[in-house]
Design a protein around this ligand. Structure first.
Ligand code: ADP
Length: 428
């Protein structure tokens, strides 16, 4: 089996650990391993084979033991992306995949790259995604997906692991479902042979959830959420000391459009006086009183600082957004507090993954390769999740459908339904 792994949609810490795990487990199980740069956009663009200057891909070790000991598979580690993107600084004393020591070869015109064991060494400690992610309008069209199918078949790839959010996983499921018709179209266009069609009757796909918001149903935790939470806690710890020194109030905006997990857990882990989350909107007419009473009470018992956390998607009971500036004005005008706003923004996404965002993707990467090896046209495409500390496989469509239903329930003010969909035990 030839497996390609890609990262798509918003980046999250732990995506590199996914790539590392899929590549290493793939090699250990005797597969040939590839990465796709720039998510689905890379699949649509494919490889420019007219560029004869590109070196042959490295030989993947046949036996696992060979893979561990300096087999010349350092391809990515030594390459600069030709379009200005830099995967790694290529100035080190590495030897290239072809043993030439040439460390500045370009990946221009190549979005699908065959990789080996050494290419992903140490990737679990790297933030973001080294193979790039993008939002691809072309992949949303049948024409774009036909190109993507052609590019995979051209390289003989028959399995892909996609790490992304619910949009990326929806795209993955659609691609797999319509694969036979895409392949037929390519035969009709005489771009692939009937032999290639016979070999590529089915596309194996598996999804891993990379999302800092922890907003996917049917799994307890998404890859990147623990690190984002960690970053928020660090920020609150830092703010706490200055807030207490000046007896100030701080209103913090954290990420989470339809899911208040980060805001809620940050409140638990680093302390907060009041928290606004999308799933439990306060009454539009009374939230100001409620917040001021709570903060006032805390001040009365001697607290010198106030922390209010607002998830970016927080709303009131009439569906009006809760704006951090409004919260700040209320605290200042009604309680006379010297109040500042801090929007954490992209600092929540970046940086080195915390330990759990290395462990979870590693365990899930193993399960993802197993799911690909067992994938047949009769099995559903799977999303790899984690439930009660066990790595799980759930039908990808169901998880995505339920996640979309939660967002819809919130938009329709049906918060009880939203919570029961996310956690069936909530309904009881
Ligand atoms: P996320 O995966 O983080 O939710 P997006 O919703 O932006 O991010 O999706 C990432 C990419 O997945 C899109 O740019 C698009 O290429 C692909 N995608 C999303 N939804 C679909 C869809 N319904 N059909 C085909 N491709 C899709």
């Amino acid at each position: 089996m030839k497996i390609a792994v890609l990262t798509s949609g918003g980046d999250s810490a732990g995506m590199n650990a996914v790539v590392r795990a899929v590549v290493k487990v793939g090699i250990l199980k005797g597969c040939e391993t590839w990465i796709v740069r720039e998510g689905y956009e890379g699949l649509v663009r494919g490889n420019d084979h007219a560029d004869g200057s590109y070196p042959e891909p490295p030989t993947v070790p046949e036996a696992a033991s060979e893979a561990h000991h300096g087999h010349p598979t350092n391809l990515l580690a030594n390459l600069r992306f030709g379009d200005g993107l830099l995967l790694r600084d290529g100035t080190g004393d590495h030897r290239g995949a072809d043993g030439s020591g040439n460390s500045t070869r370009t990946l221009a015109g190549r979005y699908l790259v065959r990789v080996g064991w050494d290419d992903v060494r140490g990737w679990f400690a790297e933030g973001g995604t080294l193979i790039g992610t993008a939002r691809s309008a072309a992949f949303r069209t049948p024409e774009g997906r036909t190109e993507a199918a052609f590019n995979l078949i051209k390289e003989g790839i028959d399995a892909i692991a996609v790490c992304g959010g619910d949009g990326s996983l929806t795209g993955a499921d659609l691609f797999r479902a319509e694969w036979p018709s895409l392949v037929q179209r390519l035969v009709d266009q005489k771009r692939i042979t009937p032999e290639q069609q016979a070999r590529h009757k089915h596309l194996r796909i598996v999804g891993l959830v990379g999302s800092i918001d922890n907003d996917m149903c049917m799994t307890d935790l998404t890859i990147g959420a623990p690190t984002a939470l960690h970053r928020i806690c660090e920020a609150i710890d830092n703010i706490n000391s200055t807030a207490a020194s000046h007896s100030r109030a701080f209103v913090l905006e954290v990420m989470g459009r339809h899911c208040g997990w980060l805001a809620l857990m940050a409140g638990l882990a680093a302390g907060a006086d009041f928290i606004f989350i999308p799933e439990r909107p306060p009454d539009a007419k009374t939230w100001e009183d409620e917040m001021c009473e709570t903060v006032h009470r805390h001040r009365e018992i001697g607290k010198r600082k106030t922390i209010v956390i607002v998830a970016e998607g927080a709303i009131d009971g009439d569906l009006n957004p809760i704006r951090v500036d409004k919260v700040k004005d209320v605290l200042r005008d009604r309680l006379g507090l010297d109040t500042r706003v801090t929007t954490l923004g992209h600092t929540q996404r970046g940086g080195s993954p915390c330990a759990f965002d290395r462990i979870l993707p590693t365990l899930q990467g193993l399960e993802a390769v197993n799911a690909l090896l067992e994938d047949t046209p009769d099995t559903p495409s799977y999303m790899i999740g984690v439930r009660e500390n066990k790595i799980t496989r759930v039908p990808l469509v169901e998880a995505v459908k339920m996640t979309k239903a939660v967002a819809e329930a919130i938009n329709n003010k049906d918060f009880k339904k939203a919570m029961s969909l996310r956690d069936p035990e909530f309904a009881q």
